[in-house]
Structures are given as C-alpha cells and as structure tokens.
Design a protein around this ligand. Structure first.
Ligand code: F6P
Length: 543
C-alpha cells in the first residue's frame, strides 16, 4: 500500500487538510451531510463528520483500487484460501448465505452441510423450547450455560444480550468463559442441575480454559445426577473436533459441527450461535443470518464509493496511517449493545493486530488500532473528557437506534439527544469567543472569564461516524456485525496482512503450560528471566 501512487498523494493531501477545521468544511458546503451519508435498509451511515473532502475520498478509493481491493473481496466470497498462513478459506459468509448460490471448498458445495446444521439446530431448539427435551428428572430445561472463550463466547454473549427483548420467556442463558474459578462458581450458584443445559463451545475442543470449566460443570452436575448416562441430556458440544468431543464424554449425536474455514471470531453465525437461538428462537437467529447476508450482498456488489464497509475501512486507514490515531472508540447508545466494544476488540484486534504481511515481510506502516468503548451515556461520564479535550485524536463510532423496545417517551429521547450532541460537540468544539459569550451570559466577572477561557475552549475537529437505525432487531444486528467484519477485512487487505490467523496468542499459552507444571510439581525451574523465576518461587512459597 505504501508504494502506491495514491499513498504518496494522500501523504501530500494530508499535509494540506490537517489544518482545515470541519466547521469550515460544513459551512462551505450546505450539502455535506447529504453527500457524505448513505442509507442501507433502515441504517443511516453518516460519515460527514470526518476530516475529509471529496478529494480525500477520491484518493482513498484510488488507494483501494491500486491495492486490488475488489479482486480480494471476490476472492473471499469465492472461497479462495485467503487465510494464507493456515491455507484455509475464510467463509463465515457461507454460514449466512440465504441465496441459492453454491459456495465451493475443494470442489464441494458446502451449502448443504451448512443447511443441515441449521436444521439440526432448529430441531434441537424447538425441542428445548417446547419442553420435549427434558433433564434427567423429567423437568424441562430453563437455564442454558454457554462455556467457551474468545470467539466461542464474545459473539454469542454480545448477541444474546443485544436481543434481550426477543428472549423466550422462562429461558435464561448464561456465559462462563474465564478460568478464574469465580466465573463458574458464580454462575452455578444460581442454577439447578436438573434444569440446566451446558453448551461446550470450542472450535478446537482443546482450549484449556473451556475444558477446565466444562469438567468443573460436569463434576457439579454429576454430584446431583449421579449416573454418567444423564450427561447426554445436559451437555452438548459446538465444535469442529468430534474426536475430542467424544473423549470428553459427549455423544457425537449431541454435537453441532462447524468447519475449519470458520474463524473463531467469525463463528457466531455457526453452531457457536446455538445460545443465541436458544435465547431468542431459531426464527430470530435466521433473521440475524439474513441481516448478515444482506450486508454481504452489499459488500460484494456496491461500487467502492457507495460501499459501507469499504468507506468505513478507508476512513479508519486515513486516521491510523495519516493522522497517527492509535485507537478507535466504539460507543453504542444502546444498553443492550453493552458487549459490542468487547466483541469488536477481538474481531478487530485479533484480526488486524499484526506486523507481518502475507508474504512474510514486516509491514511498513501501522496496522490495527486499539479498539475500546462503553455504551453512552455512561461513557460521557467517564472518558469523554479525554475525547473532547485530551491531546490525542480518537475517532469514534456512535451507534444509536431511533426507537426503543421499551416504554416510549423521555428516556429514549434523552439518549438520542445526547448521542447527536456528542457527535456535534466533537466536530464543532467551542471557540474562545463562544466560551466568553457563554460565561458573560452566566454573569461571570471579567477576571473569572479570563482565567477560565482556556479550560472552556474545545478544539473540536474530532472525527466520528454515526450509525443510526430504527430499532435493535435481529436483522439490523446481523447487518451491523457483518459491516464491521467486512470493514476489518478491507483494512487487513490494504495493510497486506492476513486477518484470519492469530499466531500472537500462542506464545503465552505455551509458556503458561510450562509455568503451570512448575507451580504444581515443584522441581527445578526451566529457563526463565530473573523476574519470572522470582515470581514463580514467590508463588510456590505462598500457594
Ligand atoms: O486464543 C485465541 C483463540 O484461538 C481465538 O481465536 C478463539 O476464538 C478462542 O481462542 C477460542 O478457541 P476455541 O473455540 O477453539 O476454544
């Protein structure tokens, strides 16, 4: 990317535009909002409050073109092995392919397999909801515990919470991910083994935390149930690895499979989404898939300059690579999207937190930003001070529904007003003169005004995107998640990295294995630095 003509031109253009204020860009162009916003179904994407002009966009689209983005998008949908280090396709789009279009892997159309698992999920979910699936005492299931971590937890956990208004009455879904025993213990404390179903969610079925928690849950269950034959009514597996599932003691008939061409952090659309379907019903889960598919079709077909994920991805590159932005804030003005920032942290940072290109060379520019955030309005009373007056440029994505599922009226209007006000404040800021006028109106004397002006000035010119939609439904949730997934792919493609592997999580796991043995078995320590060795000895003395 850095060798393209467009990159060089963007560098020069950045020098010119970096002194321009968005206030002026708005006042010079009354049509700026109309020109720099796009609709997709009931989603309105406003990107007019970015530090861009038409020329910036032209250069960014040229950059995408010179990096072969359209070809790379086609390669993903065609099932090519774009996960170059693991030699796999990345076909989460197949999981939500609602068209009759076949998708091939090694010459096989994988769609019949995808549909078979969806049918299996529907049959199971219906049985649990109707009470036909019962626990070992004959009571129906009313609590479901998803045990998984990373992509086998964050996506389903976020989606289950997002779809709270759609939850089936009498069905509660819980999540256990952390190896800290507090997580499992707190969850089990409020449950009855007779009416609890455990979903052991692990792509590999080899993840230490998940297996330890699954064993803990089974021990707890067997203390009440006694006979291991009852495990079959209370434990199902969501995995790609049937051998390990069998070794754990789960009947492969109770396994919901998926495949190695589904990345962990892209897996909520697969059998890993069973907790979502159990919480809200299979029809709702399929609406989620349909939303994802609608965004896929848009991403595949829309021209670059009308393509939401492409525009979002390019704007992110503009800030990371030209303005030096190190982080990206995600602020949903929707309580039920509380877990969205945590979900996007893995989706984005595990995908694009890389410094080596697909062909093994070091990248020559920054790649994925730190992704973080909290729902509004809570965030306003926590970190917004820094967004407005801190020394760093932090682009923000705001998300807000127009309507609430809950009582209409004031609460939601206040929420919406705050969201729009924050976007405006970040963009406009407050000038010295405006700060003075306000303080004069408040009756402050001139000495106080003089003293306070520097503190009450806001520089503004801080960029944000706004994603506004009608209501938080399964379909719009699917659209939003797929939008972010594709944005991440756009950026990974331009940076020339592989967004679908995660070698960076391996080393720590490996070292933890060695240290665990040393903590538990004593004996001579293997080679560690002085700090780690000292800490292990300290822990041994105090364990
Ligand atoms: O440690 C990272 C990771 O490999 C993620 O990519 C994945 O989502 C998570 O662990 C869980 O893996 P699994 O589903 O195989 O248990």
């Amino acid at each position: 990317m850095t060798h393209t003509q467009a990159w060089q031109e963007l560098k020069e253009h950045h020098r010119q535009i970096s002194t321009k204020h968005m206030r002026d860009l708005f006042s010079q162009d009354p049509q700026r909002f109309e020109r720099l916003s796009l609709s997709f179904e009931d989603l309105l994407f406003d990107y007019s409050k970015n530090r861009i002009t038409d020329h910036t966009l032209r250069l960014l689209y040229a950059l995408a073109g010179q990096c072969g983005l359209e070809d790379k998008i086609g390669r993903m949908f065609a099932g090519e092995r774009i996960n170059c280090t693991e030699q796999r396709p990345a076909l989460h789009v197949a999981l939500r392919n609602r068209s009759s279009r076949p998708i091939h892997v090694d010459g096989e159309d994988i769609m019949p397999r995808v549909h078979a698992v969806l049918d299996q999920m529907r049959a199971f979910v219906d049985k649990v909801h109707s009470g036909a699936w019962r626990g070992f005492t004959g009571e129906p299931i009313c609590d479901v515990v998803n045990i998984g971590i990373g992509g086998s937890d964050l996506g389903p956990r976020m989606a289950v919470q997002a779809l709270t208004p759609y939850h089936k009455p009498g069905m509660k879904v819980h999540f256990v991910s952390n190896i800290d025993p507090a997580d499992l213990a707190d969850t089990l404390a409020v449950l009855r083994p007779e009416t609890t179903l455990f979903l052991i969610a692990s792509k590999t079925f080899g993840t230490q935390e998940t297996l330890a928690n699954a064993h803990g849950a089974r021990d707890w269950f067997l203390q009440a149930a006694g006979e291991t034959e009852h495990v079959a009514r209370h434990f199902v597996a969501l995995s790609t690895n049937s051998e390990r599932v069998r070794d754990f003691g789960i009947d492969p008939a109770n396994m919901f499979p998926f495949w190695d061409w589904v990345g962990g952090r892209y897996s909520l659309w697969s059998a890993i989404g069973l907790s979502i379907a159990l919480a809200a019903g299979m029809d709702r889960f399929e609406e989620l898939l349909a939303g994802g598919h609608a965004m896929d079709e848009h991403f595949r077909n829309a021209p670059l300059d009308r393509n939401l994920p492409v525009i979002m991805g390019l704007l992110g590159i503009w800030y990371v690579n030209f303005f030096g932005a190190a982080t990206q804030a995600i602020v949903p003005y929707a309580q039920h999207l509380q877990r969205l920032p945590a979900y996007l942290q893995q989706a984005d940072m595990e995908s694009n937190g890389k410094a080596t290109t697909c062909d093994g060379r070091a990248v020559c520019c920054d790649t994925g930003p730190v992704v973080w955030g909290e729902p509004g309005t809570n965030g306003q009373h926590a970190f917004f001070q820094l967004l407005h007056q801190g020394t760093r440029l932090i682009p923000v994505d705001f998300l807000v529904p127009m309507h609430s599922h809950y009582a209409p009226g004031e609460h939601h209007h206040i929420l919406l007003a705050n969201c729009l006000a924050q976007c405006e404040a970040l963009m406009r800021g407050r000038t010295d003169a405006e700060a003075r006028i306000q303080m004069e109106a408040q009756g402050l004397d001139q000495a106080d005004i003089f003293r306070l002006v520097p503190h009450r000035v806001f520089p503004g010119n801080r960029p944000s995107n706004l994603l506004m939609f009608d209501k938080l439904t399964p379909r719009i949730l699917g659209i939003l998640i797929a939008l972010y997934e594709h944005k991440i792919y756009v950026q990974g493609t331009l940076w020339g990295i592989n967004s679908f592997d995660q070698w960076g999580v391996e080393l720590g796991k490996q070292l933890a294995g060695t240290i665990l043995t040393e903590l538990q078995e004593g004996g001579a320590l293997s080679e560690h630095d002085a700090s780690t060795a000292g800490l292990i000895r300290h822990a041994r003395r105090n364990l």
